[in-house]
Design a protein around this ligand. Structure first.
Ligand code: WT7
Length: 658
């Protein structure tokens, strides 16, 4: 079925067959027991209604789900709530104002301790500032910031005012920021002067200046001082955070918004060059973010210290740093920097310092820790840890076992959580107090969620069989569309299995003999590099926008650390004869500039031709064979089968790695 099904997950079926049940002690104290599955099974809508009651609603809904306009869902129809009130105020009102919400750890070692009372004051001040700038419910705000508390204040202030935020990862380029501002017609950008990158300050605002020079909808740029980097200033447009926010009142009364009021847009790569603005709304989203965070991580708000290592620029940061955890009155660590600054034990030093009990990270980082060696975590006291999580790509069993043994002291449950920007919250995952976990498998849909593995025809495959992962019933935190493009929404997610009405996630999967689900990677032209989604077409467009490039084809090749690495095959224009190291470097830098450093190809190979079918479609499967040093597969559909020989021969030229 899939071209990528040789991924690491499959190997595990052969190499690791142990399962790990929770200890009796863990199971007895767990937030979620087996009854949760039974309750969801008995009455799905009643089950979700019960989960929604975890939140404070200013007016209750009249209908749990309206699916009459499918695939556009409405959840908790007629209900009203304020998302920020649910994440902040109500914890202060219930007497937890002095509880620490955020232990913030800056990359250079500076720290801030933020209680729920502090958080309420800061979010209120920020909300008052945004109001002073003239922003009104429904307006869009771009947030382009490193992992500092003001980023979280900004997101929550938007939620509080009914503004729709669009967080753009601080590692993205000016061009990526510009296109996102333009697509959403944002009125404000919130940013910083600079950000720390591996111990050194790097300017950030110049990218904003470049982006907003071409986006007339932007009225103001609000700038937090983080690195004391010298910045250019446009009077009237640019405002220092300290000048505007600090002077505001710390009192602000939240207004209740409709359950379906837009909460945020988050752009993600698809199979075309243009990123999709995934739209999430309020009541259903917060319900599922909150429910999953509470049950999957077994959060005990009075005693746990939680740490999710994602960046707020990704959906994991939205759902499992901001909305899910704060709605559950978490005490959490937020870390600004990279895992090896200033040394490779930084994460474990932080776990030890704050007594982190729940740690949620990505397989690529676990494999990096493996590479650095187990002696590093062994130097720290990690005994506070009691739940470990993984997200972003299939976790290979070797990494899973290493994680359990070296971080989890052979004791902690590991939850491998499958979900997407589009799903808004975790969909498939073990429940740590219930499930006997299997290294490499995300296992079962959570209670209330329904997922199936189906064949080409949409028929469920038997145990032991593989196919496409689909979601066959609507869920509360599902995307409500692609911003400004309903047709693309229908086309992208609902057309593949239109007859059955399934949402197709883009992933291949299989059932094992127990019916547990194993994710096998994407089946479309989307790469997964260090848990980040990058489309092959997007990188190809960036490459062909360079004057020396005539044609480009990009594939994701298996990479031992990052999951996949980006490998580009380019044909240079006739007049650009030099395909040497300088040309290759220029192209890699060009992609980094167009999209962001995360999209920089691992290798660029200059080739005379690209393999194409007779209808002109590039055969990525063959390129992947070359990129992964496999013998080349079936070439019978190639228009000109000698092309592959030429490519293989050209291989040693132009490969490049930092
Ligand atoms: C894609 C979604 C969900 C937040 C981070 C990425 C892959 C994600 C897993 C997992 C196997 C996974 C899928 C999915 N993926 N988690 N536990 N096992 N694959 O969000 O950027 O929207 O990417 O990441 O391929 O479709 P995203």
């Amino acid at each position: 079925m899939t071209e990528q099904s040789q991924g690491p997950a499959l190997d595990n079926l052969l190499t690791e067959s142990r399962t790990f049940p929770p200890s009796d002690e863990f199971a007895a104290a767990a937030n979620a027991g087996p009854d949760l599955y039974a309750a969801a099974e008995a009455d799905r809508e009643a089950f979700w209604a019960k989960q929604a009651e975890r939140l404070h609603w200013d007016s209750k809904w009249d209908q749990v789900l309206d699916w009459s306009d499918a695939p556009f869902a409405k959840w908790f129809v007629g209900g009203k709530l304020n998302v920020a009130y649910n994440c902040v105020d109500r914890h202060v009102e219930s007497g937890h104002g002095e509880q620490i919400a955020i232990h913030w750890e800056g990359e250079p070692g500076d720290t801030r301790t933020i209680t729920y009372a502090n958080l309420l004051a800061e979010v209120s001040k920020t909300a008052n500032a945004l109001t002073e700038l003239g922003l009104q419910a429904g307006d869009r705000v771009a947030i382009y910031m490193p992992m500092i508390p003001e980023a979280i204040f900004s997101m929550l202030a938007c939620a509080r005012l009914g503004l729709t935020h669009s967080v753009v990862f601080g590692g993205f380029s000016a061009e990526a920021l510009r296109s996102r501002i333009e697509d959403a017609s944002a009125k404000l950008v919130i940013t910083t002067d600079g950000q720390y990158r591996r111990g050194k300050p790097a300017a950030l605002k110049p990218a904003v200046d470049e982006a907003v020079a071409q986006t007339p909808t932007i009225e103001h740029v609000l700038v937090v001082k983080r690195t004391d980097t010298e910045v250019a200033w446009t009077e009237g447009r640019d405002i220092w955070w300290s000048d505007l926010v600090d002077k505001q009142s710390d009192q602000h009364t939240p207004e209740a918004f409709d359950s379906e009021h837009p909460l945020y847009i988050l752009y993600t790569s698809g199979t075309t060059g243009k990123p999709k603005g995934i739209l999430h709304t309020s009541g259903g989203y917060l319900t599922q973010a909150s429910y999953t965070h509470f049950n999957v991580f077994d959060l005990k708000p009075d005693t746990d210290v939680y740490w999710c290592t994602a960046d707020i620029g990704w959906v994991t940061g939205h759902s499992y740093i901001v909305y899910g955890p704060l709605s559950n009155r978490v005490t959490q660590v937020v870390y600004e920097g990279t895992p090896n600054t200033p040394h490779e034990g930084r994460h474990w030093e932080i776990v030890q310092k704050y007594g982190v009990s729940i740690y949620y990270t990505a397989p690529t980082l676990i494999r990096t820790f493996m590479k650095w060696g187990k002696d590093i975590p062994a130097k720290y006291d990690l005994s506070s840890l009691r739940v470990l999580g993984s997200v972003g790509e299939p976790i290979n069993p070797e990494a899973w076992i290493w994680y359990r043994e070296n971080i989890g002291a052979n004791r902690t449950p590991i939850v491998d959580t499958w979900w997407q920007t589009e799903t808004g919250a975790i969909m498939i995952s073990p429940l740590p107090g219930v499930t006997s976990t299997k290294p490499g498998s995300a296992q079962r849909a959570l209670p209330g969620v329904s997922a199936k593995v189906v064949d080409d025809q949409g028929k469920e495959v038997p145990h032991g069989g593989g196919g496409y992962l689909v979601l066959d019933k609507p869920w509360p935190s599902m995307l409500r569309g692609i911003w400004g493009d309903n047709d693309r929404y229908r086309d992208t997610y609902w057309s593949r299995f239109a007859d059955q009405g399934f949402y197709f996630a883009g992933d291949g999967a299989k059932y094992d003999n127990d019916g547990d689900i194993w994710l096998l990677g994407r089946v479309d032209d989307v790469m997964n590099v260090s848990g980040h989604r990058i489309s092959t077409t997007e990188v190809e467009s960036a490459l062909v926008s360079h004057p020396t490039v005539a044609e480009a084809a990009v594939v994701g090749a298996t990479d031992p650390t990052t999951g996949q690495g980006i490998v580009a095959f380019v044909i240079l224009r006739g007049d650009a004869v030099d395909g040497g190291a300088d040309a290759v470097k220029a192209l890699r830098d060009h992609v980094a500039k167009e999209i962001g450093p995360i999209a920089k190809p691992r290798q660029v190979m200059v080739v005379p031709e690209l393999p194409k079918t007779r209808s002109g479609k590039i055969m990525r499967r063959l390129l992947r064979d070359v990129a992964e040093n496999r013998s080349i597969g079936d070439v019978t559909t190639l228009a000109d089968s000698s092309v592959m020989d030429m490519i293989s021969q050209g291989l040693n030229k132009g490969g490049s790695e930092d």
